[in-house]
Design a protein around this ligand. Sequence first.
Ligand code: SAH
Length: 345
Amino acid sequence: MINILDLNLLELKKWMKINGESEFRAKQVFDWIYKDVWDFEDMNNIPKGVKEKLQSDFHIGIPKLVEEYSSKLNDTKKYLFALEDGNLIECVIMKYKHGNSICISTQVGCRMGCKFCASTIGGMIRNLSPGEMLAQIMKSQHLIGERISNVVLMGSGEPFDNFDNVMKFLEIVTSGNGLNIGQRHITISTCGIVPKIKEFADINLQITLAISLHAATDEIRMKSMPIANKYSIAEIIDVSKYYINKTNRRLTFEYALVKDLNDSRLDAENLSNLLSGMLCHVNLIPINEIKENELKTSSKDNVAEFKKVLENNNVQVTIRREMGLDINAACGQLRRSYIKCEELK
Ligand code: SAH
């Protein structure tokens, strides 16, 4: 059975036509679904015959809530969801004054192998479909009883390793016939798959691109990110400039600070040189320590010093707010710890 959330309006219209029904029914069905009505039975303006046909071909793939964690430190929630095949994914909701943000997963697990990241430990199990990405937002909105206005693709998985599904998700999530979230309210984060960044630039969307750089030299980058063996920082900078030129959007570079690995004054100087004059912004992320390795987070003083060097060199920089540290909010941590607990039972 097909997950109806994987379809765009055009595809559902086609299905209606093939099944001898009026195409406008497609819009009616989507209106219900995106207003949180997830049973064809409850769609009052849909005739019985159409409902029966829908029921025999489709299901509405909303995940089940397995665990919910609320941070005591700030307004952050983390949900662990079970997909229909039993795979677990997680997403984080952050409440800000200007609206609610969600961080969603794009794959079950991840195969990029970054040393500091928990998502990648069991490898990549499978890609998420466009509907499974959408459903994380829909279910979360339902649970918090509020709309979500910002979406970041920074949960488990590498979005550009699941390119086609992510592009279709972006189409539906931004569509007036879908969740209707503006492109400018969406951020996609990649570990730096250069040809895909180029392809994404050519689609020319107004989406914020964030690149996980995490080092200013290839040598250091290779120590924590296997993808650095495939694409050099020089190639990443080239394609970043291409993206900026194409879209006129300011790009974000994420820089996870790891004690004694990439957090020295020299690292900050090198990073400044690399980015000087670019329309970009650096987001410093003191790493969340995970049980599975010995990497330590940089000291507060070190982080402040690093930031200062960038500022002195006119590179825009912020330090990521540490949200949900008490609820394992870093990528993949919750799923990992849950799977571990289940294994011990
Ligand atoms: N694969 C994509 C998106 C998911 S990771 C990417 O690499 O960008 C989202 C961000 O969280 C990345 O910048 C990633 O490097 C970072 N991250 C992963 N584990 C982390 C940890 N333990 N502490 C801090 N940041 C982490």
